[in-house]
Unconditional design. Structure first.
Length: 352
């Protein structure tokens, strides 16, 4: 090995080491960095328009775009999250006091079932009423307790939240202002052909914009519709359940049905037939229609990812990365598909 090769390998090792160290330093605030980057990608087109209107004054255009992001996205989400956590505390207190007894609701469902169905469930080992009732009550109690604990911990973690929020806004400002130059430097550093880099970067930004805007729009609409219907039917905690349906709507195909379907079944088997029928009709033909019509248009059409890949990658992303995963999962899936498409096309070109 000559001196030049040794220097090159040493430099590459140093480059890898400092890169890993830099990522390690950013890990405590990876959520702030991630969402600052995502919001920058989404709001960059608006920044460019404002930059033209403001006669190439980048600082003013970036600040204006930042304020737009605060008003349109961050402030409403913050208000809704606080409202959801407060509602979660109320539901938790009602469960603790016995005002809400999900175990009793489950007992009513079992009692209303026909004997043949009870026998069938019994042969399947699913009618251990006391055990299932206890599991159901414990699960609901733990879920509401989780919301209550997070609501109470907001005050305790205020300093950490403010720091992360400030980092996100600070990073968002500079990414809006200097994002084009930074993107060009990253493209130059990646050892791929310009065509491949252009394709991968375009896919990356397209998937992020389509995933965030599309999934958030679908989740907000489905959650709002579900919450309004729950309120109309007199279901306690309609605001909380609306938020839960909005969150579950991030999961394609199943989503909000995990909430409204059990409630509809409870209505039907306990004699509230018209409430159950109305909820099922509304869930299938209104809430479900939003998912079936809007999600392919807002997400699938732009990303060009099959629906089953979106579902699996979203679920995997949520499991591995939490709420951030509903963006990270589809992005990784899109880059996987794009990279293999490029590899396949380049292999075919070499063969020809």
């Amino acid at each position: 090995m000559n001196n030049s090769e040794l220097q090159q390998k040493t430099f590459l090792l140093m480059l890898i080491a400092v890169s890993v160290a830099f990522v390690w330093i950013l890990l405590p605030f990876y959520g702030a960095v991630f969402w600052g980057s995502v919001l920058a990608i989404i709001f960059t087109p608006y920044y460019r328009r404002l930059l033209g209107v403001m006669k190439n004054r980048p600082n003013l255009a970036a600040i204006t775009t930042l304020l737009l992001c605060l008003i349109v996205v961050i402030l409403p989400i913050t208000i809704m999250t606080i409202s959801m956590l407060q509602e979660g505390v109320i539901v938790y207190q009602r469960i603790r006091s016995g005002e809400l007894n999900f175990g009793a609701y489950f007992q009513q469902i079992i009692s209303a079932l026909p004997p043949w169905l009870v026998n069938l469930l019994d042969r399947s080992g699913l009618t251990n009423i006391s055990e299932l009732q206890e599991m159901l009550s414990t699960g609901v109690l733990q879920g509401s307790q989780f919301l209550a604990m997070h609501a109470l911990s907001i005050g305790q973690d205020t300093f950490e939240f403010v720091i992360s929020f400030g980092i996100m806004l600070y990073l968002l400002f500079f990414l809006l202002r200097d994002g084009a130059a930074l993107s060009s430097k990253i493209k130059q550093a990646i050892p791929l052909s310009m065509e491949h880099k252009r394709h991968l970067f375009a896919k990356f930004t397209t998937v992020i914009r389509a995933t965030v805007k599309g999934n958030v729009a679908v989740a907000a609409i489905q959650g709002a519709l579900g919450g309004v219907m729950f309120s109309f039917l007199g279901i306690q905690g309609a605001l909380l359940w609306g938020f839960v349906m909005a969150f579950l709507s991030l999961i394609p195909a199943v989503g909000a049905g995990l909430i409204w379907m059990p409630v509809a079944i409870y209505f039907l088997v306990t004699g509230a037939v018209w409430q159950g029928a109305v909820l099922i009709a509304f869930g299938v033909f209104v809430i479900g229609l939003v998912d079936n019509l809007l999600r392919p248009v807002l997400v699938g059409r732009d990303t060009k990812i099959p629906d089953y890949v979106i579902l699996i990658s979203t679920l995997g992303g949520l499991v591995l990365f939490g709420l951030n995963g509903f963006v990270i999962g589809p992005v990784i899936a899109a880059l996987f598909i794009a990279a293999w498409d490029l590899f396949s096309s380049s292999t075919e070109a070499r063969v020809d």
